[in-house]
Design a protein around this ligand. Structure first.
Ligand SMILES: NC(=O)c1ccc[n+]([C@@H]2O[C@H](COP(=O)([O-])OP(=O)(O)OC[C@H]3O[C@@H](n4cnc5c(N)ncnc54)[C@H](OP(=O)(O)O)[C@@H]3O)[C@@H](O)[C@H]2O)c1
Length: 249
């Protein structure tokens, strides 16, 4: 039986992906920054393990607990909606620590076992922002575009060893915790210098008023498809808004 380790399964796309792989008969190592046994049904096939992608010791400990795995899904991510001029560099680094360096750290930790075994797949969850141009997302998009570049080169390095690397590019979803984290508590206001305010308000209204959104199940099914793909295809848009953007590019 195959085993997948997924990061950021306490909510949203990661939780849905854990449930999907479990329903398809895989063993699931559902990792979270802090254990939340209430959000997923723990069993001998679904184990909840602590892993913070910004803390290397937790990556090592989680992989030891997990044993051999066949797939790594780098789903953990943080949002950043802001005007770039108003975004402190400390915040920029924080976003990259999770969205970019976190992905690299977990990937580097699993590669030896994949390479030695001659199989395995890394699926990196990026975003449909990489497919189009969207304001207020300069930092977030840069952090995800870096993962796109990282994965495309990595896939070539790993192919000779029978190891695959893919990206899944989800569209926008208002039902995960993501939008709330991005907008509640006023980070948007804090990070919008007053001269940008009318522009930022209009951009946010355009975003929330768009006609297509992604469902959590779209991402779970697309991650599943990407993990099983052996055609050499690298990128998988997930959700109708992401697919539309991909078709337009
Ligand atoms: N929702 C969207 O519109 C959207 C669109 C495109 C792409 N995405 C991407 O999809 C992925 C999942 O997002 P989502 O919408 O499901 O949001 P979500 O509900 O906020 O889930 C994000 C997950 O990442 C975890 N996480 C954050 N920082 C972490 C860290 N340092 N180490 C380990 N886990 C960490 C969160 O854990 P905590 O509960 O501890 O915070 C949570 O489990 C992210 O990579 C995001 O960038 C989302």
């Amino acid at each position: 039986m195959n085993t997948v380790l997924i990061t950021g399964t306490s909510s949203g796309y990661g939780r849905a992906t854990a449930l999907h792989f479990h329903a398809q008969g895989w063993n699931v190592i559902a990792t979270m920054r802090s254990r939340r046994p209430d959000v997923l049904p723990e069993s001998d096939r679904l184990r909840i393990v602590e892993l913070d992608v910004t803390k290397p010791d937790t990556i090592t400990a989680a992989l030891e607990l997990a044993g051999p795995i066949d797939a790594l899904v780098n789903n953990a991510g943080v949002p950043s909606i802001s005007v770039f001029e108003g975004t402190p560099m400390a915040r920029v680094r924080e976003v990259f620590e999770t969205n970019t360096f976190g992905v690299m750290a977990t990937t580097q930790a699993v590669l030896p076992q994949f390479r030695e075994r001659g199989s395995g797949v890394v699926v990196n969850v990026t975003s449909s922002v990489v497919l189009g141009d969207m304001p207020l997302s300069a930092v977030y998009k840069a952090s995800k575009a870096a993962v796109e570049g990282f994965t495309s080169s990595l896939a070539l390095e790993l192919a000779p060893f029978g190891v695959r690397a893919k990206t899944v590019q989800p569209g926008a979803c208002l039902t995960t915790n993501f939008a709330g984290k991005a907008m509640n508590g006023g980070p948007l206001d804090e990070l919008v210098p007053p001269p940008y305010a009318p522009f930022a308000r209009k951009a946010m209204a355009d975003f929330t008023g768009q006609d297509l959104f992604t469902q959590e199940s779209d991402v779970a099914e697309t991650v599943w498809r990407a993990a099983h793909d052996t055609t050499g295809r690298l990128r998988f848009p997930a959700g109708p808004d992401a697919v539309r953007l991909a078709q337009a590019t």
